[in-house]
Design a protein around this ligand. Structure first.
Ligand SMILES: NC(=O)c1ccc[n+]([C@@H]2O[C@H](COP(=O)([O-])OP(=O)(O)OC[C@H]3O[C@@H](n4cnc5c(N)ncnc54)[C@H](O)[C@@H]3O)[C@@H](O)[C@H]2O)c1
Length: 344
C-alpha cells in the first residue's frame, strides 16, 4: 500500500490558491456520476477545470453527467481496480474521492461489499495519490460520530459506536478508517483534506442513497401514498442543500489553510423527520397520510438509529469562510421542481 512518491510534488497543493483565484487543473472525481459527485463535476466544469470521473455506475448514473459529457471523461471502472486507479490518479493534478457504497440500507443489505469498497477502494486511491503526490479530498460522513450524545458535533469529538454485530456501524467504521488513512498520509506531508457531509439533498437525489428520506417522502407525496416515518418521527437531521455541500467541498479543496484538516459540512437547522414529512406534503400539495412504521420492518431486526445529528460548523466558517445559505424551504422547492420535471 505504501511506496515512495514517483512524481514531483503536486504544485497545486503547495501554491497559494484561493477560492476566488482558482487556476484550472486536471481533476479526477471518483464517484463523480453519483448524486453529490455529479453536482461537484458541474461546479468544477463551471470553474473551468478539466474533469475525469471514475465511477462503476453501481448507484451513480451516466445521465447525471448528461449535460457535461462533451467536457467530462467518464471512466466506467472501480476504485477496487488498483490499476485503473493508478492510471487515473497519475493523469490528474487534484483528486476528489467520493466513490463509496453509500446509505445505511446498502450497508445493511450487503455489508461485505460495502465495507470492502469503503476501505480497500479508499486505500487504493490514497496510495496512488501518495505515489504520484496528488492532493486529495476525501468525502466522509456525519455517521463517523455514531450515536454520540454531545451536540453540536465538533470535528475532534469522540466517536460513540454500537456493537460490531450491528452492520450499520460498519459504514461509520469504514469511513473513520478512511479518515485515519488520509491523516496518516498527511503525517507524511501529503496534502489531504477531509469533509464530513451531513444529510445532503437536492436534485438527482436517489431513493436508494444516503439522503433517501427526502427522496422517499417526495415519491410517496407525489404518488399520493402514505409517507412512511420510522419510529415516532422525533429523530432529527440537519438537511443540507447540495449547492451548499458542493461549495464547501470546493472551498475545502482549494483553500491551502484547509490542508490536513477535517471539516463538518452541514446545515445547523435541526429538523425532526415528522416535520420534514409535513413540510414535503405541504410543498408538494399532497394529502397523503403520514404512516408511522417500525425501523425493523424496513431495516430488519436489531437496527439502531441515531436520534440527532447536529454539526458545529465553526471550523468551516473560520477557515473556509463557508456557511450553509439555502433554507430547507428553498432547497425543497428546488428539489421538488426537479422531481416533478424528471418523474412526471
Ligand atoms: N449524500 C449524503 O448526504 C452524504 C452524507 C455523508 C457522506 N456522503 C459521502 O459522499 C460521497 C458521495 O455520496 P452520494 O450521496 O453522492 O452517493 P452516491 O451513491 O450517489 O455516490 C457514490 C458514487 O460512487 C460510485 N461507486 C460506488 N462504488 C464504486 C466503486 N467500487 N468504484 C467506483 N465508483 C463507485 C457510485 O456508482 C456512485 O456514483 C460518498 O463518499 C458518501 O459516503 C454523502
Amino acid at each position: 500500500m505504501t511506496g515512495e512518491p514517483t512524481d514531483g510534488p503536486c504544485t497545486f497543493g503547495a501554491v497559494a490558491v484561493t477560492s476566488s483565484t482558482i487556476v484550472p487543473v486536471r481533476v479526477l472525481v471518483t464517484g463523480g456520476a453519483g448524486y453529490i459527485g455529479s453536482h461537484l463535476v458541474d461546479a468544477l466544469c463551471e470553474a473551468g477545470h478539466e474533469v475525469r470521473v471514475l465511477d462503476n455506475l453501481s448507484t451513480g448514473k451516466a445521465e447525471n453527467l448528461a449535460g457535461r459529457l462533451d467536457r467530462v471523461h467518464l471512466v466506467n471502472g472501480s476504485i477496487l481496480d488498483a490499476e485503473i486507479v493508478e492510471q487515473e490518479v497519475a493523469a490528474a493534478q487534484l483528486v476528489f474521492h467520493l466513490a463509496a457504497a453509500v446509505g445505511v440500507r446498502h450497508i445493511v443489505d450487503d455489508p461485505l461489499n460495502s465495507l470492502l469498497t469503503n476501505t480497500r477502494g479508499t486505500e487504493n486511491v490514497l496510495a496512488a495519490c501518495f505515489r504520484h503526490w496528488r492532493k486529495v479530498l476525501v468525502a466522509s460522513t456525519s455517521e463517523v460520530y455514531g450515536k454520540t450524545s454531545k451536540f453540536p458535533m465538533s470535528e475532534d469529538d469522540d466517536r460513540v459506536l454500537g456493537s460490531t454485530s450491528v452492520h450499520r456501524w460498519s459504514y461509520s467504521t469504514a469511513k473513520a478508517i478512511d479518515e485515519h488513512l488520509a491523516l496518516a498520509y498527511a503525517a507524511k506531508q501529503l496534502p489531504i483534506v477531509i469533509v464530513r457531509y451531513f444529510n445532503s439533498y437536492g436534485p438527482r437525489i436517489d431513493e436508494r442513497g444516503y439522503g433517501s428520506v427526502v427522496a422517499n417522502f417526495l415519491r410517496q407525496a407525489t404518488a399520493g401514498e402514505p409517507l412512511t416515518v420510522h419510529g415516532d418521527g422525533s429523530q432529527s437531521r440537519c438537511f443540507t442543500y447540495v449547492d451548499d455541500t458542493v461549495r464547501g467541498t470546493m472551498l475545502a479543496a482549494f483553500t491551502p489553510e484547509a490542508e490536513g484538516l477535517v471539516f463538518n459540512l452541514g446545515s445547523t437547522r435541526e429538523t425532526p423527520i415528522l416535520e420534514l414529512a409535513e413540510l414535503i406534503k405541504q410543498s408538494v400539495g399532497s394529502d397523503s397520510p403520514i404512516a408511522p412504521t417500525s425501523y425493523e420492518s424496513y431495516y430488519g431486526p436489531g437496527f439502531e438509529d441515531t436520534r440527532r445529528r447536529v454539526p458545529d460548523v465553526s471550523r468551516a466558517r473560520e477557515i473556509l469562510d463557508w456557511e450553509p445559505t439555502i433554507t430547507l424551504e428553498d432547497g425543497l422547492a428546488r428539489t421538488i421542481e426537479w422531481w416533478v420535471k424528471t418523474h412526471g
